[in-house]
Design a protein. Structure first.
Length: 277
């Protein structure tokens, strides 16, 4: 009669899986061939001691059981962090930063030896503490207002300090950015009032400048008009008046129709004609 006990069948399956896993592990451990993918570097250890050579992507060989090949990721990594610091004027500043970095391929053995085989370990042990230290040190050099107005200078100072610290541990900082500065609520309100006051002051100054320009334009226009009138007065001379009078008389003669004007008072105008006889 067949064995219908389900427990017996379950034990058989588990036993088969364990045996299969052990076989696969044995094949992997005994395989002398190792493949390193693109974006990785290899560090070979012999009985746990790392070699000095950094292995490039491709096919490599090892001695089974005695040697192991550890892969190190050298591709671009991204990370974000945040922390609190105090400004030069003792304002509380919450800073959030973002970085892009990668493992220096030439330093893969040193990083493996001093930090570990994972970039996550490097981030926890090196990058995060170094970033926090750099942010605190640089923030203390500037007042809260300067942190905003000199944002580029602050970013470059933090980036330089962080880059130097990471480089000493075989890590390369590719990009660094300050995502945000957050200040206390009271400081933010005071800053808004100050900005509003400065805007109103700037508007008043612009209005005053406009009024001064308009006044200068009016003065210049009045001065030009007065100078024109004065010039006209200077040009009206007795000779000019006599010339204008002659021109008026000529115009009157040109328009005369030859008739004597009628006189209603009874006086008869005459033309003095001398007697030539």
């Amino acid at each position: 009669m067949a064995d219908l006990n389900p427990r017996s069948g379950g034990r058989t399956v588990i036993r088969t899986l364990l045996i299969g896993g052990a076989v696969l592990f044995g094949l992997w451990a005994l395989s002398p061939v190792v493949v390193i993918s693109a974006g990785e570097r290899g560090v070979k250890t012999t009985f746990g001691k790392p070699d000095e050579q950094v292995y490039e992507p491709g096919i490599h060989f090892k001695v089974p059981l005695a040697q192991a090949m550890h892969t190190m990721d050298v591709r671009l990594q991204k990370g974000e962090g945040e922390g609190d610091a105090a400004s030069k004027d003792l304002q509380s500043v919450h800073t959030r930063i973002a970085i892009n970095y990668h493992l220096d391929p030439k330093q893969a053995v040193n990083v493996f030896r001093n930090i570990g085989p994972s970039t996550d370990i490097a981030a926890d042990r090196i990058i995060i503490p170094a970033a926090q230290e750099a942010v605190k040190a640089v923030t203390a050099r500037f007042t809260a207002e300067e942190l905003v107005s000199h944002r580029t200078e602050v970013r470059e100072a933090i980036g330089k300090m962080l880059r130097d610290k990471m480089q000493r541990h075989g890590l390369v900082l590719d990009e660094f950015a300050i995502v945000n500065f957050a200040f206390s609520r009271s400081f933010a309100e005071a800053s808004e009032l100050k900005v509003k006051a400065e805007q109103e002051k700037l508007k008043a100054e612009r209005d005053l400048q406009r009024i001064e320009v308009e006044a200068k334009q009016k003065v210049a226009s009045a001065r030009a008009e007065a100078e024109a009138l004065a010039l006209q007065r200077q040009q009206i001379t007795p000779d000019l008046l006599a010339l204008r009078r002659i021109e008026n008389e000529r115009e009157a003669i040109r328009k005369w129709d030859g008739k004597l004007p009628n006189v209603t008072s009874g006086a008869v105008p005459f033309i003095n004609v001398s007697d030539k006889n």
